[in-house]
Design a protein around this ligand. Structure first.
Ligand code: FAE
Length: 512
């Protein structure tokens, strides 16, 4: 099946100090991968710079990535203690000390929220659940109001879904697969309370998933791998857009390099300053590269932090006042329910969710039925809700602390909790069950301190023109989740990918 290990994504020599390149892409997540592939196909050589590692070499345990139940140094980005979203079990804290390393999951802490992000060649595609959801068309106007819905649904969503390798679970197999017992329990409870329940597409290789269940291949999703990476089965960007981009022979990726500054070059183009780091996070070299065009694809947080700093510190003073604004958490909030003993959710749980509960129209919440892959029976149903919150935060430069702050307040999650409760209060009442209080702290019902779906900070048609061109600086573009103003009504990466496809097509035609 050829899915055991991810194909190596980095090729060629790292970028050298003093190099001059036509196009430099900052970051190798969805937006960056789309930009690199389409530019390369148009004949343009592309240099990609990625602060994380290239995840292509197994460790001493034979795995590239650790399991969610046994995080080690590979799990977290430069932390000395894990910070698991489900932080407690039966009330006991489960976080533990780990060696500081350029691990794959960043739990980036701002004053009011922890933002989880992927680090490495492939960005968020390395750590996410792969849920690949196209929003309902009637909701698109609220997601990206300046974008023509017809061109997105006729051309760019289909293009993105095809290139990402999105597929659907076999509904017949689903009915008996032990690893989706938790999802069937989730369905039963949703439907008994009258909610619309739906399968959710995913980029996981569903044939490989079946083979994992049958025991004929090495297990990954069925062996507790997801948030700290998947060794097999997952069609991350490394296996889709990035491998296609590298196959053109025009794309080079330089990992473990962090871009710190972009400023106009005296002779035209831009000077991009970057730090080369080692796996302990120490800076081992600094480099200046001149690029004709620069694509910011460092993710909503990475791109926003860079732009806000560069505007405030005088590198790019002409950026407009929309930079840093319009940031949202996609309304993420998590909860668990305690099932009765006759509603066991299973000791073997696929880490890849396959279903959701849609109460958006009536209650403002879309909830994915999530796994709790502990290997023991927990009688718990876990859910990640995406909610229709209107709260938006702003990034700002904190000169005294030499960092970018985010104005998000934890109390703002109350709106999301209220919306998620339109689903789970009703289910609990119907089933005679209660919320779990032991998963997110001691006696805490809601995980209201995080997001997996950062969006916005350089919003389309505000901080940029309607195709991601940054105001004031020809040749500078934003092409990632920073363009989307805070909410996609569903999981975001298909929309990030489709928008990037739309924008790069215009940029290739008009600017190159
Ligand atoms: P992203 O994929 O974050 O890529 C940005 C890249 O830039 C990263 O590789 C960074 O390391 C790199 N970078 C940042 N700053 C710099 C710098 N200064 N210099 C060099 N490189 C830099 O951005 N979404 C879904 O649709 N479905 C899911 O099932 C899902 N599950 C998720 C589960 C988890 C645990 C997490 C964390 C996220 C999940 N997401 C999911 C969100 C999704 O992965 C995310 O929206 C996209 O990855 C964002 O894509 P971008 O291209 O914006």
């Amino acid at each position: 099946m050829g899915t055991r290990f991810a194909a190596p994504a980095s090729a060629g020599a790292p970028l050298g100090d003093g190099a001059s390149v036509p196009v430099l892409v900052i970051g190798t997540g969805y937006g960056g991968a789309v930009a690199a592939l389409r530019l390369a196909q148009a004949g343009v050589p592309v240099e990609m710079v990625e602060m994380g590692m290239s995840w292509d070499t197994p460790g001493s345990d034979g795995r590239i990535f650790p399991k969610v139940t046994s995080p080690d140094h590979r799990a977290y980005w430069l932390r000395t203690r894990t910070k698991a979203p489900v932080s407690n079990f039966f009330g006991f804290p489960i976080d533990k000390d780990v060696p500081r390393f350029t691990g794959v999951l960043d739990a980036e802490e701002f004053a009011g929220i922890t933002v989880y992000q992927g680090r490495g060649v492939g960005g968020g595609s390395l750590v996410n659940g792969g849920m690949a959801v196209t929003p309902k068309r009637e909701r698109f106007g609220s997601i990206l109001p300046s974008v023509d819905a017809a061109e997105m649904y006729d051309t760019y969503y289909p293009r993105a879904n095809a290139a990402l390798g999105v597929g659907s679970i076999d509904p017949v197999w689903f009915e008996t697969a032990p690893c989706y017992q938790y999802a069937r329990v989730g369905r039963k409870h949703a439907q008994r309370s009258g909610f619309a329940w739906t399968f959710v597409p995913d980029i996981y290789d569903w044939d490989y998933m079946k083979a994992e269940q049958a025991g004929t291949v090495t297990r990954s999703a069925l062996d507790g791998q997801v948030m700290y990476g998947n060794d097999a089965g997952k069609k991350s960007l490394v296996r889709t857009y990035l491998s296609q981009a590298l196959a053109t022979g025009r794309v080079n990726i330089t990992p473990l390099h962090r871009v710190t500054t972009v400023s106009p070059a005296p002779g035209g183009g831009y000077v991009v300053r970057m730090e080369q780091i080692n796996t302990a996070g120490d800076v081992v070299a600094t480099k200046n590269v001149t690029a004709g065009k620069v694509f910011f694809a460092a993710g909503s947080v990475g791109t926003s932090k860079l732009l806000v700093k560069l505007k405030a510190t005088g590198s790019l003073p002409l950026l407009n006042s929309e930079v840093g604004k319009g940031w949202g958490d996609n309304g993420n909030v998590m909860c668990g329910r305690a099932n009765h003993m006759w509603d066991a959710t299973g000791t073997l749980q696929s880490t890849i969710p396959c279903s959701g509960i849609d109460n958006w129209a009536a209650g403002g919440a879309f909830a994915e039925v999530a796994p709790l892959p502990t290997g023991i029976e927990t009688y718990a149903s876990l859910y990640l809700s995406i909610t229709n919150t209107s709260k938006r935060a702003e990034f700002s430069w904190n000169a005294a602390a030499n960092r970018v702050d985010l104005s998000w307040q934890t109390a703002w999650k109350q709106d999301s909790i209220t919306m998620a409760k339109t689903i789970f209060d009703k289910i609990n009442s119907k089933e005679g069950t209660i919320y779990r209080t032991d998963l997110f702290g001691v006696y805490k019902q809601w995980q209201d301190g995080l997001t997996y779906h950062p969006l916005g900070g350089a919003v389309l048609n505000k901080a940029t023109d309607n195709y991601g061109r940054l105001q004031g600086y020809p040749g500078l573009y934003v092409i990632d989740g920073a363009l989307i103003p805070g909410n996609t009504t569903v999981n975001p990466f298909v929309t990030i990918t489709a928008l990037a496809e739309r924008n790069i097509e215009r940029i290739v035609a008009a600017d190159l």
